[in-house]
Design a protein around this ligand. Sequence first.
Ligand code: ZN
Length: 375
Amino acid sequence: MKISRASNIDVKRINRTNTMRSIFSCDRISQRELAAKLDISWPTVLQNVKELLVLGLVEEVGAFESTGGRKARAFAPVRDAHLAVGLDITQNHVSIVLVDLAGGLVRYSRMQKPFSMEDSYFQFLGEVVDHFIMESCIPREKILGVGISLPGIVDESGKLLARSHAIGLRDVPTSAFSRHIPWHCVFINDANAAGFAELRNQEDKRDTVYLSLSNSVGGAILLDGSLYMGDNQRSGEFGHHTLEPDGKLCYCGKRGCLDTYCSAKVLSNHTDGNLAVFFERVRAGDTVLCSVWEKYLDWLSVEVNNLRMTFDCDVIVGGYVGGYLEEFAEDLRKRLAKRNTFEPDATYLRVCRYKLEASAVGAALLQIEQFIGQL
Ligand SMILES: [Zn+2]
């Protein structure tokens, strides 16, 4: 009896969550469309919608014209009913974002702040979160919490930063990062966070590999609608694929890692750390930088092709460089098609949707997903 009761509750919760997701995936939807989309009975849909209306997550917005009989009621998502904050910690910067229930980036800010283990750094994080929420003029009760993206391996419980080459830490409790932040905090690896943001955006939740090209290179493997973490939470460390035996020295201490050929720094080091300026000069035809970019695309095509050969699924390229890749995607696809062992095709390559602060957004989305999962 207990088992069947529990599963009934589960089914109810899943139906309610799915009803919410369906309404949130569009601007407005009629009751008929909603029932068809969810493939559940109209009385069940109606009950779910009623509950979502009471919770203030959905609103009724007039009615659709009908070809006959009564007008169809229409519902719309209340995207800002709740919001979450995302923080992305890197070696030299802190980014902060505000994300709504639909995953929309409401506002963001990025500041230079070299990481340090001193308490003043963690105090700074607390102040940044406080100011950001205050400036957003959002009632505090609407904030679900803070998601924090870290440049390293976060253990399964989210309580330990097991290792970070980027900020030189090993076995540090993640609570160190949140000790001056008076909100519920959750933690995730930066590339997994960015990959999670992309996955959440996919309607069909198909298997995908995400390659993150930021100041370090990482990635995420998205299988069966969730992140594949590996035995030690180290999956998707594509940055340390060896591209060239005995090649350039990587920050991990080994040689020839992808990171040394395809991190965003490989490009931005030519323009005083400013990636936007790098691409401006490439567009303007700067010969030296164009040749740097050509070489970069070549190495990138080696890696993306390797990922395709390994996983046989779509590959999304994101991170700082991914944000600029749209206009060069056809060029990259041509290189990939040439490398493809099976057919001269590279339509599997996709450019990231989140061009800005994907890691911070993904971290905030953990809070949003927790909220939706508990509805
Ligand atoms: Zn390495």
